[in-house]
Each structure stands twice: as C-alpha cells, then as structure tokens.
Design a protein around this ligand. Structure first.
Ligand code: NAD
Ligand code: ZN
Length: 360
C-alpha cells in the first residue's frame, strides 16, 4: 500500500514527528537508529501481541525487548523499577536508545526511565493509540502516578523523534479510539473552532486513514505551536492544554478504585464538560457554547457524567492537584470555542464544582 509521510519539524523542537501510513518498514532510516550502541524496545503485552514482531523485524534482531503489563494501573514506581532493572541487566550504555512502542502509558514510562537512566539516554516514541499520537507521544511530559495522584512524579524530557503510523489504529478497540478523540476535541476548543467543527462532524470510527492522518497532523501542530511558546509550562501559555484536566485527572484517579475505571480521554471528556459549565457559571462562556461542547463530547461517544464517583471526593482530589499553586486552584477555562484562558480562579471552588457537576 502507498506510503504517506508528513514530516513536522517544529523550530523549537529539535526532533521530527513523522506522520503517515505504512511507515514501519523504514523505522531504522526514519528515526536514525543505526548510530546507537543498543536499542531497547519498550511495549505492553497487548501491543506486543499485535505489533512487536513487525517492529523487531524492522529494528533488527539485536534489539532488547521489555514488555510490561498494559493499563493505567501499571503507570507506577514498581513498573519503573522493572524497566530500570531490565536496562541495567541488558547493559544499556549512555549511547543506547529506548523505543517506546505503545500508548500514553508506555510513552510516559519509557520517557521517564530513559531520562533518569544514567542521567539520561535518548528515546523515541512510536505511539500506537490515537491519544498518544495526538498528545502523550509528543510534548515531552513523562512520568508516573504516585500515591493515588496522576502524573505527580515526572520530568520534562523530549524524544529524539516521533514516528506515528495510523495503521496501528486498525487494531485499537473502539472505546480507546473514542478516548483519544477527547484530546482531539480539546485541541479544537483551546485553539481552533474550525478544527473543532470538523472533528465533531463524524463518529470517530468513520474517519478514513487519510482523515486520521490529517487529524493527527493538525493536533500535533496545535500542540507543538502552544509548546513552542512555553515548553516547560513556566509562562502559563502551555496551561491552556490542561483544559478539562483539573476535573479530569481527579475523576480518572478516583475511578481507578471503582469497578468502572475510566480511560484518560473519557475522564478528560467529562472534565471538559464540567469545566465548561464552570466557565459558564462564572460568566466566561456563553451557555450556547457550553451546550455545543457538551453535545460534541456526547456525540463522539464519550461519557459526560460519573454517577459512580461522589462529587465530594472529586473536589477533595482537585484540591491536591499538581497544577495548583500555593493551595490555589488555577483553572484553564474556555471563553469561546477556540479560546481558553489559563490561571483563572473561581470563588468558592467547592460550591461551584458541586453545582457544575450536578447540572451538567
Ligand atoms: N505525557 C503527556 O503529555 C500525556 C498526554 C495525554 C495523556 N497522557 C497519559 O497517557 C495515558 C493514556 O494513554 P492511552 O490512552 O494511550 O492509554 P494506554 O497506553 O493505556 O493504551 C490504551 C490501551 O490500548 C492498548 N493498545 C495500545 N495501542 C494499541 C493498538 N495499536 N492496538 C490495540 N491495542 C492497543 C494498550 O495495551 C492499552 O490497553 C494516561 O496515563 C495519561 O495520563 C500523557
Ligand atoms: Zn490528557
């Protein structure tokens, strides 16, 4: 089949993001693996079942392979320890490279382990979920969950290259594809109304490969354009990408302990609805825009409520979010579709979140 390849080379980012279809045969050439002393492929057991053979065939048989269990629950310090151990046992040296083959969990953990092993070795991402192709695989945030709090241990660490092939999405369960669409919709809401309208016009499964390539490309462009202004989230500009994540992270963490754990995108979808309602209640967002956002999220097939998680617990969790400063919750809230403002404070967080939650 025809190869499609788009190379995004952002000025601020010293690495290319290749986006296309059927690129896997040329991994070594595209991401320049020949210069390394050793290659370690990190993946999870589910991705391994579908794709590992193809990848190791392309990377070369001398590659070391580390397979972790799949799922958000594995994004913890014990898994990090297992990966570090494998790196030591495989005698990776400072000129080795880690190839993260998987979704956001593998990319987050692999980037963290590469960045901390021997004070940092190179890594590349080969994201295999829509969510990691448009978000987790690009941007350089890496880390793990600790003490029941999402992503609160981590480092900024940029990959050497990202290779995104939409062919991976052919084996992805529909629920995971829809979860990834939450971040795509978020990119529209924070930066581009036209993009928002184009991605909510169809059910996620109905997009063709060509359309998916365009979606991944546009989302990467939006994300990297924002990062260019504020790579390490020091100036506040990158914070607009946190829209939906203050409530979303709280819900995602809490749901892990229930019999219905939510996926990252699902929690973010609910977070975006509640935070849009908060914006609406605070007079920042028009009611009709809030309703449009809510409808779009629902129509994509994402949940918009969490009846199994008490709002009191969500509020408690929001108050320990790592995005807070000096105990203040600083929100990234939409003021229109295509525009989000950050560092917004809300008077009486408890009361407002409760109202937003109960009235969404
Ligand atoms: N670093 C960042 O900037 C950033 C941004 C967004 C999300 N995240 C993190 O990413 C994680 C969520 O990422 P995710 O949604 O990719 O989850 P994931 O990595 O858990 O992958 C989802 C599931 O799909 C399976 N899978 C992956 N690729 C597949 C494929 N091609 N075919 C079949 N199955 C496949 C995995 O085994 C897993 O069970 C969260 O931990 C979140 O915090 C990080
Ligand atoms: Zn996210």
């Amino acid at each position: 089949m025809e190869k499609i390849l788009i190379k995004l080379d952002r000025q601020c980012l010293s690495y290319p993001i290749y986006i296309g279809k059927n690129l896997l045969g040329n991994i070594v050439g595209l991401i320049n693996l020949n210069g390394y002393s050793q290659v370690m492929v990190l993946t999870d057991n589910v991705v391994a079942g579908f794709w590992l053979k193809k990848i190791t065939r392309a990377v070369g048989k001398n590659a070391v392979v580390a397979v972790i269990k799949n799922g958000e629950a594995e994004k913890n310090i014990d898994t990090v320890r297992t990966i570090w151990k494998k790196m030591v046992q495989s005698k990776l040296d400072r000129r080795s490279v880690v190839v993260n083959l998987g979704g956001g969990v593998v990319c987050d953990l692999g980037g963290f382990c590469a960045g901390t092993y021997m004070r940092g070795i190179d890594f590349v991402n080969i994201p295999t979920t829509l969510l990691s192709q448009v978000d987790a695989g690009v941007g350089g945030k890496t880390g793990l969950n600790f003490f029941g709090i999402k992503n609160n241990i981590g480092i900024f660490n940029q990959p050497k290259a990202v290779l995104t092939d939409v062919v991976f999405l052919s084996t992805l369960p529909e629920r995971e594809l829809i979860s990834g669409m939450a971040e795509v919709i978020k990119h529209g809401i924070v930066a581009d109304k036209k993009y928002f309208e184009s991605v909510v016009g169809k059910k996620p499964v109905d997009f063709s490969s060509k359309e998916l390539i365009e979606i991944v490309k546009k989302s990467c462009l939006i994300k990297t354009a924002i990062m260019e202004k504020d790579e390490k989230e020091m100036l506040g500009k990158r914070k607009i990408l946190n829209f939906g994540h203050t409530v979303g992270h709280a819900i995602e963490s809490l749901s892990q302990a229930t019999d219905r754990p939510l996926l990252h995108g699902e929690a973010v979808g609910i977070g975006m609805v509640i935070e849009s309602k908060l914006a609406c209640l605070s007079g920042l967002l028009k009611e009709k825009d809030y309703l449009r956002i809510k409808d779009a999220i629902k129509n994509a097939g994402l949940p918009i409520t969490t009846p199994h998680i008490p709002v009191k617990k969500i509020i408690k969790k929001i108050l320990v979010d790592k995005k807070n400063q000096s105990g203040r919750v600083l929100w990234s809230l939409p003021t229109a579709i295509g525009q989000v403002e950050c560092n917004k404070e809300i008077l009486s967080v408890n009361k407002m979140v409760k109202i937003a939650y109960e009235n969404n």
